[in-house]
Design a protein around this ligand. Structure first.
Ligand code: HEM
Length: 189
């Protein structure tokens, strides 16, 4: 009996220690229902713990991650590597490099990784500027520049040997930002 109770105390201590270790990192609001989380309903994705209000929320979230373009591309490591390589091309491209001459490229790479990750169905929503706001102060920005950026993105993915069907999905998502990036009215359908 003494053994059992000391075992319970040790287990409780371990649980308390691990929950306090993760406390700052774990979300308080369920990403599916928007309700407060139940701290025992969790999953770990790419080393980060996510908490949910209900088992059903967790199941929905996990299924969305597994079927996402983000996951198929190889997750965080693959997208980070692609963005690094993409901006090397952009900064070497005479058609567009001047747009970035006064830009903090460390911040820009970080933002682009976060934006694309969210757009491809990654675990963290985009909290930066919307694409219209982000590009509204770039004088002279036009379709030729947009197409040059898209071309660099496509070349990057081809060099990384990403399968063609996934590249097509990425390029469709990139194209969906065009009217906003160029500050144009969306074309009537
Ligand atoms: C697929 C199209 C594009 C996407 C997804 C994209 C994405 C982004 C993102 C996520 C940001 C950061 C927004 C923030 O600060 O919260 C940004 C900023 C910026 N983008 Fe783009 N972009 C695209 C096209 C372009 C093009 C065509 C150019 C110019 C050739 C461009 C030049 C810039 C510059 C210079 C900034 C920094 C603006 C500033 O900090 O004031 N982008 N873009």
């Amino acid at each position: 009996m003494k053994f059992v109770s000391s075992l319970i105390v040790s287990c409780a201590a371990v649980l308390l220690a691990s929950s306090s270790l993760n406390a700052e990192e774990v979300n308080k609001v369920c990403p599916i229902s928007g309700k407060p989380v139940n701290p025992v309903i969790t999953t770990v994705y790419e080393g980060q713990t996510y908490a949910f209000a209900e088992d059903a929320c967790r199941a929905k979230w996990v299924a969305a991650r597994e079927s996402s373009l983000y996951h198929k591309l190889g997750g965080k490591a693959a997208i980070d590597a692609a963005v690094e390589s993409f901006y090397k091309k952009v900064l070497a491209d005479d058609r567009i490099k001047d747009f970035f001459s006064d830009i903090n490229m460390t911040a820009q790479r970080r933002k682009q990784k976060a934006f694309l990750s969210a757009a491809f169905g990654g675990p963290t929503p985009w909290t930066g500027k919307d694409m219209r706001k982000a590009h509204e102060n770039l004088p002279g920005l036009n379709e030729t520049h947009f197409n040059a950026v898209a071309e660099n993105l496509q070349k990057t993915l081809e060099e990384l040997k990403v399968p063609k069907d996934l590249i097509d999905q990425v390029m469709t998502i990139a194209a969906s930002t065009k009217d906003d990036v160029l500050n144009r009215k969306p074309k009537a359908k």
